[in-house]
Design a protein. Sequence first.
Length: 187
Amino acid sequence: MEVEINPLTPERWHDVERLFGEYGACEGCWCMHWRVRNKDFKKRKNAANRSDFKKIVKENRQPGLLAYVEGDAVGWCSIAPREEFSERIKHSHVFKPVDDNPVWSILCFYVHEDFRKRGIAKKLLKAAIEYARDYGAKTLEAFPKDVTDNTSDAEVYTGTVDLFQKFNFVEVHRRHPKRPITRYEMT
């Protein structure tokens, strides 16, 4: 299966709409979960998330990468400088920054159910590293989940520790038993 990866630009808005569907991928998230404080996100509606995410895309902030198979978007990876997610991260007890170093954050994956367990997330992660490098990032950060055999797909939207270890991300801190903070240093 040939997979093509492209940044989400305004011209690709309809592709992400089709991929995320009417409900915005995971429970109306529209990739806004990491962009607002937890207490505020819980009060938000699907339409507000969609509208705010569309504004980010229309501003050409390129908030992540889309994976395509035969011209259809089948996967998503959120990646951007940490400042894009500062409201959530700086107020989180688990994910707050471990230092003031400038980092890019890889925070979520969404793969259409018909394409799961086919290596799409792996291809997106590889492309995300290259994408961040092209934009001058020196350090990538992620918050993958330590998984067990009975972990649902929805629980690993941040990726798994195993996936990130395959790309040489290393744990730098852990404030929660199942959520390490991992980093990748560009060489």
